[in-house]
Design a protein. Structure first.
Lengths: 410, 96
């Protein structure tokens, strides 16, 4: 019996287990998936938790519920991968594999910045990229009397790159509804040269910051957090004061990648951009946030990757050339507050543009334009995630590769 | 000397193939930077990273072995924004 081993039972790993259990010959292949955590979180929900839009129960479920029958699920810590020896050391055993899928994701590393995870962590410095952080921030915001709020990105790449901007928009909406918007100064702080760095987005969306009275600080490369004076300080010695710092810390791949010598500076695994095969080891494939591919780290991207990767695993087993198919396709709703959202659909080559989606000229969703229906799309996505995406069910009318139909390209 | 090649609204070169050292020098002057050998060493390193398809970040500068971050900001007070412009490469971009 041959072994296909999946490391990580998050969005990507769970999807791959569901795809492959239907495709691999059960008499020849055993599929095993390993994850140390019991709970599967709906991570896009972490954006809504702080604003009391979602409850705790809406963003978490037991992970094993989504692992299909016929897949061997081991809940344990992964100690080390030995890619040259085709084996993985777990807490209490070592497993050999014929094919390995690395789906170990990425997570925040606030300790990368001096002072960030210091005495004020979860007192007046919060993240919203973890369940615990998001919940602590919710509790803080419930009683917060206002002041200077910084929404800050430490460095790129980060998971869901639009989430900090969505957070700023939702914060504006939240404080307005609470009747205290005049007591809160919101500033968006980015290491990039703008909130919008792509031409069409910049031209179409800059009004959002002005309309919502959100200040922006660009090119801010944080050096340390000054906990005594509640300031963040950058390498150019620029200082920004805050009463409440909502930060997106450095995002890094799992430490098991570092410990196995398989990652880059940020523990992301060098991966072929179009086949999703590891660049180092031909029987190792990488998916989702664990890769170093220059696509967004987002669930929709993992979903499109999973379809290509399933085909490529079957081609690899058959000894045939892999498809260089994955195009960096991402499809994301962006909440803009007051029950509206934008939709963007793009890939490695094409930046987000205006148009209709998924049907050319019809929609019903509008690209790069605020609408209420896009907001309902974002909220409906939670149901789609739990009931379709994780189970590997294709989303109707949305292909793995980006379609140019209905898009206003140059 | 004026820069007689296509540039973006923000002054970045539209095509890296148009870049040469004179153009880099002129862009530096626009930002009141006097280029030294150390500046060029950093610019060359940036161009190499882009050719390798690697993303530029402050972290990558830290690990470059060419400069440390404090020195980098002394050379280029506006950081990656201006150094990429002088190097004739795209500024680091987000997804939107």
């Amino acid at each position: 019996m041959k072994q296909l081993l999946i490391l990580g039972a998050g969005t990507s790993g769970t999807m791959m287990a569901n795809h492959l259990v239907k495709k691999l010959n059960k008499n020849e292949w055993k599929i095993t998936i390993i994850d140390q955590y019991k709970t599967h979180y709906y991570q896009p929900g972490f954006l809504f938790l702080p604003f009391d839009t979602y409850t705790e129960d809406q963003v978490k479920k037991k992970g094993n519920k989504f692992i299909p029958k016929g897949v061997n699920y081991i809940q344990t810590k992964i100690e080390q991968i030995f890619p040259k020896e085709n084996k993985v050391k777990l807490e209490n055993e070592t497993i050999n594999y014929d094919i390995l899928i690395v789906a170990t994701g990425c997570k925040i590393a606030p300790e990368e910045i001096e002072g960030m995870k210091g005495k004020n962590w979860q007192k007046n410095i919060f993240d919203f990229y973890t369940y615990e952080g998001s919940l602590a921030l919710r509790n803080k915001l419930r009683d917060w009397k206002g002041g200077k709020m910084l929404i800050h990105i430490t460095e790129m790449p980060i998971k869901c790159p639009v989430a900090p901007l969505e957070f700023a928009f939702l914060a504006d909406s939240y404080f307005t509804k609470k009747g205290m918007r005049d007591k809160v100064e919101i500033t968006y702080v980015t290491p990039l040269s703008g909130a919008f760095t792509k031409d069409k987005c910049s031209k179409s969306l800059t009004y959002l910051l002005d309309d919502k009275n959100i200040n922006i600080e660009t090119d801010f490369a944080i050096e340390h957090v000054d906990n005594e004076n509640n300031k963040i300080v950058d390498y150019a010695e620029k200082e920004l004061d805050y009463d409440l710092l909502v930060t997106v810390p450095t995002n890094m791949g799992d430490e098991v990648i570092e410990g196995s010598g398989m990652g880059d500076d940020l523990n992301f695994v060098p991966t072929h951009h179009n086949t999703l095969q590891s660049l180092e080891n031909e029987n190792v494939f990488v998916i989702g946030d664990a890769t170093d591919v220059p696509a967004s780290k987002a669930g929709s991207v993992a979903h499109f990757q999973a379809e290509t990767l399933t085909d490529n695993i079957l081609l690899y087993i058959a000894g045939k050339p892999l498809k260089e198919e994955f195009d960096g396709h991402a499809n994301c709703f962006i909440e803009t507050g007051f029950n509206k959202a934008l939709l963007i659909d793009f890939n490695y080559e094409h930046e987000p543009v205006h148009g209709t989606f998924p049907f050319a000229g019809i929609g019903p969703l509008q690209l790069l334009k605020e609408s209420v229906i896009n907001h309902w799309g974002k909220l409906a996505f939670r149901w789609i995630y739990w009931n379709m995406l994780l189970k590997g069910i294709p989303i109707p009318f949305v292909g793995r590769n980006m379609s140019t139909k209905g898009k206003k390209l140059d | 000397m004026s820069i007689d090649v296509k540039r973006t609204d923000e002054g970045y070169l539209a095509n890296f193939s148009d870049w040469n050292k004179e153009i880099g020098n002129e862009i530096a002057k626009e930002d009141e930077i006097e280029m030294t050998d150390k500046h060029w060493e950093v610019i060359t390193w940036i161009q190499e990273q882009i050719k390798l398809g690697k993303a530029l970040s402050i972290r990558s500068i830290k690990k470059s072995g060419v400069v440390d971050i404090k020195e980098f900001y002394k050379l280029f007070p506006r950081g990656l924004k201006i150094s990429t412009k002088i190097a004739g490469v795209e500024k680091p971009k987000g997804c939107i």
